[in-house]
Design a binder for this molecule. Structure first.
Ligand code: ADP
Ligand code: MG
Length: 427
């Protein structure tokens, strides 16, 4: 192996055998014993995985639950044996894997530090020297003589993590360490990883926090169903994952919107006054022009979307039906965007304040398009209320007001936080 390479994984597969049915009775046990009919289902947790990690690299592993990330780390750590392929490791590994490995809940925090550090190859003297630093990093000074089983899971993780980074080995394997602990602890972990990297050591980080992987890792791999989807610079791989989740979310939102329609029909059939009033409140007006739905398209009008990318151009299409013989002059159309979680009013637009005359031909067409060249909403779940009225926006006597006509989500592929993406330049 090239001396610059810390980890080399070549065509690794790992299959689990899951018994088809558990033996639940004595008779069942006998049957099994006699004719050996017990069958297994084979499950490929890792499927022909190959990659290399260089020494001094900060490498991320991302993918959905069940995609094989933890299995891969356990194969690297030698906890699982791959049933096919080769793993070569140059350097001693300090694994931070699932909770509980190498820890004893009946012992005190102090004894567990000694136990775990010994497992990681530290001598008694080394542990004595580093003990205070380990405990200080974990911020568990006050609890160190209590039994581990009385620690919260977050406290256990802090202790385990602290031991693993003080073991001073060449390769750190970190499985979801950032998922627990407060933001202060997380930033301490990240500082520590960066320090490791500066020392020329190798860090493998499994994390759900894509922004962190993109910001800190040099490269990353995306796993799906035990296979590598893509591998390369962390930024691009992280974005691939965001897009993968967006398409899932797209499907979920479609399902949800269908379910909501069904629900509404059901409620309308129920003759309960309060529910009727609620519907009346968010679905009201004389309705000679009746709002039907809003659809959102990308800027070229090609594909319909419910999950939008922050900063991208979109088109909102407001669709409605028009009764025969209705006067189509002076119609105004508007929509308001709210945050779903707290109904925070984010933005409204309407043809009246925009001083746009919607011609009767346009209204007769049954839809209007509103082009938004750059959507400045950031990450979040949003809902749209829409209105049609005459001459001005009239919320009291609308032709039709329909609250919650459309739901959509926005996802970031940038690092900015908060509600809005605001263009800016540094000078
Ligand atoms: P991730 O860490 O990406 O969430 P895992 O590596 O933990 O995924 O699991 C990958 C798949 O392998 C899952 O479907 C999981 O149920 C299965 N799996 C993991 N460990 C075992 C095991 N010891 N026995 C049987 N199946 C397992
Ligand atoms: Mg896992």
């Amino acid at each position: 192996m090239d001396s610059n390479i810390a980890i080399s994984v070549s065509r690794v597969s790992k299959t689990f055998r899951i018994p088809h049915e558990k033996v639940t009775s004595i008779r069942g046990a006998f049957t099994t014993a006699f004719n050996g009919e017990r069958t297994y289902e084979e499950f490929k947790a890792l499927d022909d995985v190959s990659f290399e990690v260089k020494k001094g690299e900060f490498f991320g592993i991302i993918g959905r639950n069940g995609s094989g990330k933890s299995t891969l780390l356990k194969v690297l750590a030698g906890i699982y044996e791959a049933d096919k392929g080769k793993v070569k490791i140059d350097g001693m590994i300090s694994p931070f894997l699932e909770l509980g490995i190498g820890f004893n809940p009946e012992l005190s925090g102090r004894d567990n530090v000694y136990l775990n550090a010994t497992v990681l190859g530290m001598t008694q003297k080394q542990i004595d020297e580093k003990f205070d630093a380990i405990v200080a990093f974990s911020e568990l000074e006050r609890f160190i003589d209590q039994k581990l089983k009385n620690y919260s899971s977050g406290m256990q993780v802090r202790l385990a993590f602290s031991v693993s980074i003080h073991a001073n080995r060449e390769i750190l394997l970190m499985d979801e360490v950032l998922a627990v602990g407060d933001s202060n602890f997380q930033s301490k972990c990240l500082t520590e990883f960066s320090r490791y990297k500066e020392l020329g050591k190798t860090v493998i980080l499994v994390s759900h926090d894509i922004a962190t992987v993109q910001r800190y890792c040099d490269r990353a791999v995306l796993l799906r169903n035990g296979k590598i989807v893509t591998i390369g610079d962390a930024e691009g791989v992280g974005n691939a994952y965001i897009y993968e989740n967006m398409s899932d979310e797209e499907n979920r939102l479609r399902g949800e919107q269908r379910a909501e329609k069904d629900l509404e029909i059901k409620i309308e059939k129920d003759d309960i006054l309060k529910q009727a009033e609620e519907i009346e409140e968010r679905n009201r007006g004389s309705r000679e022009i009746e709002l039907k739905r809003i659809r959102i398209f990308d800027i070229d009008g090609n594909s319909e979307k419910n999950v939008l990318v922050s900063g991208a151009g979109v088109v909102f299409r407001v669709e409605y039906s028009v009764e025969k013989g209705v006067d189509l002059d002076g119609i105004v159309i508007g929509l308001g965007i709210h945050l779903r979680e707290n109904n925070q009013y984010c933005f409204a637009l309407n043809s009246f304040v925009d001083a746009i005359t919607l011609s009767s031909e346009m209204i007769a067409r049954g839809y209007v398009d509103i082009e938004i060249p750059k959507l400045i909403l950031n990450n979040g779940e949003y809902v749209i209320n829409s209105i049609v009225s005459r001459n001005k926006i009239n919320l009291v006597n609308p032709i039709h007001f329909l609250g919650g006509i459309k739901r959509f989500s926005v996802r970031n592929t940038n690092y900015n936080e908060g509600l809005f993406l605001i263009d800016h330049n540094w000078r």
